[in-house]
Design a protein around this ligand. Structure first.
Ligand code: UDP
Length: 227
């Protein structure tokens, strides 16, 4: 499959058209950003790590029959995905208090929530764009988010990792089917070691706790041994 025109540049990836209008090429970049892009660094190796981690997670979710956009990983930095219309919402699922939730509600990080909490955030560019999803789609997105949470929590538990929270994005196909899209990686999840509570995610970068490459490598190694 050929890489054609660049269609989107995100914080950590680029999307390109292919000769097939239904398929996009994704390139994961060696870039880390935080604080809405105010903090930005080149991090050698990060793109390949996130591409591998996301690919393994999406393959696992595919086996669990969770509808998603992933087609296949095609190189160290690249994968093919199904082209979908992105719903401009960030869907956050929380199992434990952390980050902005802890700050906002003054609840200590690591406090277990009685049941998972789902939050919807508009993407910045679409804040006034009200009809982002139909009420029926919101119901479906919530159910999908909980299903993904269960599959991911079980997977990470096997890796001796606690899934604290994560962010997903959903796409809509031409036939109006909702699919899990975007990425699932230590950039978009909070992952704590089950024994030590060590951060195995982007908080290492956001909070300047150390180097992220060895931490992301640790997550990848655990995923590889589990599969
Ligand atoms: N998250 C993300 N992209 C964002 C904001 C948050 O992937 O732009 C993820 C983040 O990694 C965490 C979860 O969503 O796993 C919840 O993040 P939170 O709302 O606590 O925000 P933060 O404290 O990261 O600003």
């Amino acid at each position: 499959m050929e890489k054609k025109a660049l269609v989107y540049t995100g914080k950590a990836k680029k999307l390109y058209q292919t000769e097939n209008a239904a398929v996009l090429f994704v390139e994961y970049l060696d870039q880390a950003t935080a604080l809405n892009g105010q903090k930005k660094d080149k991090v050698l190796g990060k793109g390949a790590l996130n591409n591998q981690i996301t690919s393994l997670i999406f393959e696992h979710l595919q086996q669990q029959k969770i509808p998603n956009h992933f087609i296949k990983k095609v190189s160290e930095h690249e994968q093919l995905i199904q082209a979908v219309e992105m719903i401009p919402l960030e869907v956050v699922v929380r199992n434990y208090a952390a980050g902005s939730f802890s700050k906002r509600l003054a609840i200590e990080e690591g406090t277990k929530l009685v049941t998972p909490i789902i939050e919807f955030y508009y993407k910045e560019d679409h804040i006034q764009f009200l009809k982002v999803a139909t009420p029926a789609e919101i119901v479906e997105i919530k159910a999908l988010a909980l299903q993904i949470n269960q599959a991911l929590s079980q997977l990470f538990q096997r890796l001796n990792i606690c899934l604290i929270d994560f962010k997903i994005e959903i796409g809509r196909t031409k036939a109006n089917q909702l699919l899990l899209a975007d990425e699932i990686s230590p950039d978009t999840c909070r992952l704590w070691d089950l024994n030590t509570n060590e951060h195995l995610d982007k908080d290492v970068y956001r909070r300047e706790l150390g180097e992220i490459v060895p931490v992301y490598e640790e997550v990848l190694q655990r995923l590889l041994t589990a599969n």
